[in-house]
Ligand binder design. Structure first.
Ligand code: ZN
Length: 444
């Protein structure tokens, strides 16, 4: 069977499963769960994979689910990923009233598309025409939220890292994968074309900061207190003063929030907590900006005679998309929507843990428009359901066919050319070194 005939059969099979794919996407939308707690979503994935004969492994990095289909001959293993988690946006119309969890980033569509691609490939018997293997992988916790809770899991040794792909890498669940791809939904206001792939996006570290002062009566005896809130505000002001020192090319983003501002208005704040990301285009840029942030935090404490505790946690590595893989995906998009609808290039200042995986193997993280509002906000919604749930599945399946058809020559070619930025061992060592804690106390 020719590659094009096979693609047509797989796409027809996906069309026949249209209602089921949409139902999966909607079900997940209405049962949002945050990272490492996606138990109901994981169960839905496992049941669907079971039915398709993928014999899924479950409970990987707590909630991950991985199914596999083998081709007719040996060859490279390509993974299609879908992220299981929502994030917390309590004002979102589909937010869980109890937890505030909401699918405000469209990850529900990723899982539907990944399973849709599996339905197409398995249902059309496509593996008979492909070499190597396809892994269908529902991965936990792409969003770095609920930091306190996850750190507790790290302390209890239930997690090694705070994000799903990092943890799956650590546990060896990507050891048998050589290339990986996924898609991400985007708002149609973000770019004018059907799809888009950037060359790169920012990485980040997370900071948890605690300023410690001394409580006192805020009206009667403020001179006896040490105001931790003032120390924190001075530190935030000092961080803002750094902005002109960042190079444009490094696309540094630092966005602190105060998560605890004091206990009672009549008490001089004795404990104030801040969280921030320090983002940048390269690891060097992130670490340089991070050193400046640490200096600013100490400066706030020094000015007020307070103490500051600084915790630095590895978050996302900068993401680099593989152009050659992206061009294969783009050619399929062009077949469906015409040329010029999938520009490749540029840099994005958000972050994803696909960046971590991209340091070990060739990956792509393309965007498909068809959403409305802003991702991570309460007005985000998927409008073009056909494109975001169904066409997305077809594009992933068609790209998989291109890469693995016959003797999987295109996938082998990508692998032969690609030089991983890090070995798994070097990656794990670097991540471990990024964890740091510092305590600074101002003198008298
Ligand atoms: Zn996302």
């Amino acid at each position: 069977m020719t590659k094009d005939e096979l693609k047509r059969r797989v796409c027809e099979t996906i069309d026949r499963h249209r209602d089921e794919i949409l139902r999966i996407g909607e079900t997940i939308l209405h049962q949002p769960e945050t990272g490492f707690k996606e138990t109901r979503t994981a169960r839905l994935v496992a049941e669907t994979m079971e039915r398709l004969g993928l014999r899924p492994q479950t409970g990987l990095a707590i909630t991950g689910v991985k199914g596999r289909l083998a081709g007719k001959a040996p060859g490279p293993t390509l993974a299609i990923l879908g992220e299981l988690d929502g994030l917390t946006v309590s004002g979102h119309p589909h937010a869980d009233p109890a937890t505030g969890a909401a699918h405000a980033c469209g990850h529900n569509a990723q899982v539907a598309a990944m399973l849709g691609a599996a339905m197409g490939i398995a249902g059309a018997g496509a593996m008979e025409e492909l070499a190597g293997a396809l892994v269908f992988f529902a991965v936990p916790a792409e969003e770095l939220i609920e930091i306190e809770e996850r750190l507790e899991l790290v302390r209890q040794k239930k997690l090694g890292f705070m994000l799903g792909k990092q943890e799956l890498i650590r546990l060896g669940h990507f050891d048998d994968v050589e290339l990986a791809m996924m898609f991400h939904a985007a708002s149609s206001a973000e770019f004018p074309t059907v799809g888009r792939m950037v060359d790169s996006s920012n990485g980040a570290v997370v900071k948890r900061i605690r300023f410690l002062g001394r409580a006192a009566h805020a009206g009667g005896r403020p001179h006896m207190g040490v105001n931790a809130l003032s120390a924190a505000l001075l530190a935030i002001g000092a961080i803002h003063a750094q902005r002109e020192s960042f190079r444009e090319a490094d696309t540094v983003r630092i966005h602190p929030i105060i998560t605890k501002g004091g206990d009672a208005v009549s008490v001089v704040p004795a404990e104030v907590k801040i969280e921030t990301f320090v983002r940048g285009a390269t690891l060097e840029a992130i670490l340089a900006a991070n050193r400046k942030v640490d200096r600013c935090l100490r400066a706030g404490a020094m000015a007020m005679g307070a103490e500051v505790e600084i915790e630095t946690i590895p978050a996302y590595l900068p993401q680099h998309n593989d152009r050659e893989l992206g061009e294969v995906y783009g050619a399929n998009l062009a077949a469906l929507f015409g040329a010029g609808q999938f520009p490749i290039g540029g840099h994005k200042t958000g972050s994803t843990d696909m960046g971590d995986l991209g340091h070990l193997m060739p990956v792509i993280h393309p965007y498909l428009s068809g959403g409305e509002g802003s991702t991570h906000a309460d007005d985000w919604k998927i409008v073009d359901r056909e494109r975001i749930f169904i066409t997305s599945a077809k594009l992933l399946a068609m790209t998989a066919i291109d890469l693995l058809h016959g003797d999987a020559a295109p996938a082998r070619q990508v692998l032969a050319r690609h030089k991983p930025a890090l070995s798994k061992a070097a990656y794990l060592e670097m991540q471990a070194q990024l964890f740091a804690t510092e305590r600074y106390r101002a003198e008298g």
